[in-house]
Ligand binder design. Structure first.
Ligand code: OMP
Length: 229
């Protein structure tokens, strides 16, 4: 097992119970070192599981996409920081990013630029004057100014954004699909190898692993694809 390639893969534990998540973690074993706990699992007791995963030596990304008034964001961020987690997502609004920075301490903050299920038409429908490429670039610059540690963006934007933010910014990309896999609700996708080659520090993969007939094999195939670069 190549640890370096393995640590680039973050598996999204998008299941509805802690029991289902634990079963997946057991199945995946040492094939996976980094997990994401998002809203579905967090609202089903997943924050306690996050602690369990940390205790077992895994890295844990809390994906709660915070966005609220500054005081609330700062205090909520401080709560997650106290849990000793690795990453936390916030929305890439300047007030939200500044407030989260104030509460984060050593916790790494990832700002969500434009959801990977959105395209230009979806942004227009939601009332934005910018298309995806321009809004991601604007938010990337604002995130850098706010001292945020990383960005969530689609792999399609990596080549434009990496030069804008420099080598230190963590670029984490969902919207990743092995060749031939179903894109589902994702609109801006690339393969694992393409995303890493385009400078992603980490890729986030959910359903292609968690809904696979053999999740461990699916995860190992992705790690092998990254390792083969
Ligand atoms: O913040 C995220 O992780 C996220 C941002 C984004 O723009 N798009 C996106 O898909 N995600 C998350 O990444 C995961 C992708 O899952 P799959 O589409 O099943 O691989 C889900 O847990 C999403 O909540």
């Amino acid at each position: 097992m190549d640890d370096k390639a393995r640590d680039r893969l973050i598996v999204a534990l998008d299941v509805d119970t802690v029991e289902a998540a634990r079963a997946l973690v057991t199945t995946l074993g040492d094939a996976v070192s980094f997990y994401k706990i998002g809203m579905e699992l967090a609202y089903g007791g997943g924050l306690a599981l996050a602690q369990e995963l940390k205790d077992a030596g895994k890295r844990v990304f809390i994906d709660l996409k915070l966005h609220d008034i500054g005081a609330t964001v700062e205090r909520a961020t401080r709560q997650i920081a106290r849990m000793g987690m690795d990453f936390l997502t916030i929305h890439a609004y300047p007030q939200t990013m500044a407030a989260a920075r104030a509460g984060a301490g050593d916790l790494k903050l990832l700002a969500v630029t434009v959801m990977t299920s959105y395209d230009d038409a979806d942004l227009q429908e939601a009332g934005f004057a910018f298309g995806v490429a321009d809004l991601v670039a604007r938010r990337a610059a604002q995130a850098k100014a706010a001292g945020v540690d990383g960005l969530i963006l689609s792999p399609l934007e990596l080549s434009a954004i990496r030069p804008l933010v420099g080598p230190q910014m963590l670029l984490v990309t969902p919207g990743v699909r092995p060749a031939g896999a179903d894109a589902g609700d994702q609109k801006r996708v690339m393969t694992p190898a393409q995303a890493i080659a385009a400078s992603a520090n980490h890729i986030v993969v959910g359903r292609p692993i968690t809904r696979a007939a053999d999740p461990r094999r699916a995860a190992e195939a992705i790690v092998a694809e990254i390792h083969g670069l």
